[in-house]
Design a protein around this ligand. Sequence first.
Ligand code: HEC
Ligand code: HEC
Ligand code: HEC
Ligand code: HEC
Ligand code: HEC
Length: 227
Amino acid sequence: MLKLTRACLAFTLTMSVAIGLAGCASKASAEAADPEETFTLGMKNLLPPELFDLKKMEVLPEGLVVTVGEPPDQAIEQPIAFTHTRHVKDLGMDCSYCHSNARKGVHAGVPAENVCMGCHALVDTTDRPELEKLKDYWAKGEAIPWKKVHDLPDYVYFSHKRHVVAGVQCQECHGEVQEMTVNQRVATLKMGWCLDCHAQHPSIDDNYGTKAELRRAELKDCWTCHK
Ligand code: HEC
Ligand code: HEC
Ligand code: HEC
Ligand code: HEC
Ligand code: HEC
């Protein structure tokens, strides 16, 4: 059992990101469905701890070992105190006004300064330091250095378009953004989070009908997210 796990690990590491761990994980877990036991032996020394935090492992019913975790509990301070509440809730703007790419591509994207200035060229900045900052960036032709709230590791493939077109709402993954004065991540972004939703999201039944189970099986394939 120890040998099997080590062999799998060696293979996994050679492949750099774990294509092939599927078989290993399910075989290993058939013998011992305890993540500590399955993974402590080899992985503790082989993988950088930030990749495999042993305290945050969980074994799914089908034997796949995934990472789970908690979303960060601190909001990220941004260079300008922009609020979604004001723009979305009070002014009634649609998400797509500023994140139009979410429906079209991999990235939802953060709006360029000219989108802001379409309105803010006209909004009074007297005694409004945050609005002054916006105008300063614009005058200097500098991009506002927004800090990322969500950031997946590079070895994970995620595309907004596919999710948005399928009918998954922004709020299902990002929380009630329109109520946020400071943007905060509500999802763990761990593998267990993705797989959990893929296993039960009703849009898959709506969009695939009798082929829903087949689609769900495809979505479990390692290659779907690790290309
Ligand atoms: C007026 C333009 C505007 C509108 C409308 C808007 N956003 Fe944003 N959004 C921004 C800006 C600017 C940022 C970067 C600053 C921040 O994170 O607060 C951002 C950041 C985000 C982020 C975090 C990005 C990251 O770094 O991970 C999410 C998620 C998001 N918006 C979702 C939404 C959703 C959902 C809606 C609709 C309910 C929406 N936004 C409407 C401008 C907008
Ligand atoms: C459709 C018009 C419109 C767009 C586009 C827009 N804003 Fe605003 N914004 C407003 C209005 C109106 C206010 C309220 C001004 C007031 O309180 O006097 C405001 C308020 C603000 C404030 C003050 C704090 C707050 O959120 O209430 C900041 C900062 C701000 N906007 C930044 C931005 C940035 C950055 C962008 C581009 C990502 C942007 N705005 C895009 C209309 C807009
Ligand atoms: C199925 C979950 C999901 C849905 C639905 C979703 N997002 Fe995202 N969003 C993510 C993930 C995951 C990331 C991080 C992507 C990365 O780091 O590559 C992200 C990142 C972002 C970002 C940061 C910039 C970027 O593109 O990486 C913004 C802005 C954003 N989302 C806005 C939206 C808006 C607006 C909607 C609805 C139109 C939406 N998202 C729908 C999961 C989702
Ligand atoms: C709230 C539900 C939800 C969450 C969370 C979610 N997804 Fe999805 N995802 C879906 C649905 C629904 C589909 C099926 C879309 C379709 O087949 O039309 C899908 C499909 C996909 C696809 C297939 C796209 C294609 O081109 O075939 C990939 C890749 C994907 N998701 C990656 C991710 C990753 C990575 C995460 C986690 C970071 C994630 N998803 C989180 C609901 C979700
Ligand atoms: C639905 C999308 C999705 C599928 C399918 C998927 N993964 Fe992942 N995987 C992720 C995400 C997201 C992360 C990043 C987790 C993090 O940041 O800690 C990840 C991370 C990993 C890691 C790094 C350790 C960890 O969990 O953080 C390994 C190893 C891995 N995946 C292996 C696999 C194998 C093997 C399969 C097939 C059995 C698979 N993944 C299927 C989304 C997926």
